[in-house]
Design a protein around this ligand. Structure first.
Ligand code: NAD
Ligand code: WQD
Length: 336
């Protein structure tokens, strides 16, 4: 029996595929490569020393999806395939609804047809919107501030309805906080062209000399140093959370939702300082005004995942910075 990983060539997907393969799972990857490169498949194979079955396919292509379910003995699906750029989702909401919701619906239809009713879904802390108190728990009120976030909230609601309609479904929804870092080998990590919208890739590019200085969005928040505070989580810890979630979908039915975060927040300036220390060079920055839609502070209460999944983030902010830099150094062809 194999695990189908949609979006498995992407940032979080590729790290999860490595953990799955290293835990002895048989993995099949489906990805249309719209935000990833096929070389990552080779890298996954280099890290694990095993080959992985890959389909270059779009989740919206139902015929192709059906072929994959017919050709393979799939026991569960981990669904990472989605578009994730908040700003782009505001400019092109239809593209986001079609891909993220259309893709999920196509997947659920075929899963139902082939009686594969175990699913792990990538959600996001973005579903907490502007939370009233910190840390956020899974029971807190949900709201969203952009179309990307709305696709995640809608997806969660769809999954709730599916599980209510048929008690054989087993779904785990994982709400990720701010994934950063890379595999310790430096062979896989987060890539992006041009100016990154997320902070860690921005810091990484400044340290590498590709951008001049980090633009810090606001230093007048009610936080330790006035800059925004987030719950950064190492992508390998996040990937390991999926292995634990698989154990839950194997033995339980219904829908279970978990925050995957460390439970600790760091400010933008703390992150820049930590990165500078790890790489041993100054990372320049300038303070700009606040970015529209940003909240001051967001961090998780991960106690439900700690207890029920028996999972806890174990890598710290230094590990996150070190592994990000190793990945960047190696992709520039330099030794770390
Ligand atoms: P990513 O863009 O690196 O990976 C997504 C992968 O899915 C890519 O390889 C892309 O080519 C593929 N894909 C997208 N649409 C597809 C489609 N229709 N058919 C087939 N493949 C498709 O993103 P990521 O950071 O690895 O995110 C993975 C998941 O986690 C997404 O659902 C994202 O919304 C969610 N998430 C990400 C973050 C984050 O900060 N990175 C935070 C919370 C939640
Ligand atoms: C972190 C902090 C910024 C860029 C986003 C999505 C969320 C989720 C994770 C998918 C904030 C500050 C940033 C920069 C800065 N993704 N910042 N200069 O906004 O917490 O979350 O990614 O689900 O949905 O919204 O992450 O990395 O963009 O920002 O000062 O150039 O860094 O203001 O305080 P965010 P981020």
């Amino acid at each position: 029996m194999a695990i189908l990983v949609t979006g498995g060539i992407g940032y979080i997907g590729s790290h999860t595929v490595v953990e799955l393969m290293e835990s002895g799972y048989d993995v099949i990857i489906l990805d249309n490569l719209c935000n990833s490169e096929i070389i990552i498949k080779d890298r996954i194979e280099e890290i694990t020393g095993k080959t992985v079955k890959f389909y270059e396919a779009d989740l919206l292509d139902e015929e192709r999806l059906e072929d994959i379910f017919r050709e393979n003995d799939i026991s569960a699906v981990i669904d990472f395939a989605a578009l994730k750029a908040v700003g782009e989702s505001v400019e092109e909401p239809l593209k986001y609804y079609c891909n993220n919701i259309g893709g999920l619906l196509a997947l659920l239809k075929i899963m139902k047809k082939y009686n594969v009713k175990k699913l792990i879904f990538s959600s996001s802390a973005t579903v907490y919107g502007v939370a009233e108190k910190m840390p956020v728990t899974e029971e807190d009120k949900l709201s969203v501030t952009n179309p990307y976030g709305r696709t995640k909230l809608m997806a969660e609601e769809i999954l709730n309805d599916i599980c209510k309609s048929d008690e054989k479904w087993s779904v785990v929804v994982l709400r990720y906080f701010n994934p950063v870092g890379a595999h310790e080998s430096g062979l896989i990590g987060e890539d992006c062209e041009g100016i990154p919208s997320n902070i860690m890739p921005y810091i990484m590019k400044v340290a590498a000399g590709e951008l001049e200085e980090v633009t810090v969005f606001g230093d007048d928040y009610n936080t330790m140093d006035g800059t925004g505070v987030r719950d950064y989580i190492h992508v390998v810890d996040l990937a390991k959370g999926h292995i634990k979630a698989l154990e839950v979908v194997e033995k339980e039915t219904g829908i279970n939702t978990y925050n995957l975060g460390t439970g600790r927040g760091y400010s933008v300036l703390q992150l820049i300082k930590q990165f500078s220390e790890v790489v041993g060079k100054k990372v320049s920055y300038k303070i700009l005004g606040r970015r529209a839609g940003d909240v001051a502070i967001c961090y998780a209460d991960p106690s439900k995942a700690n207890k029920e999944l028996n999972w806890k983030a174990s890598l710290n902010i230094e590990d996150m910075c070190r592994d990000t830099w190793k990945w960047k150094s190696m992709s520039m062809g330099k030794e770390f």
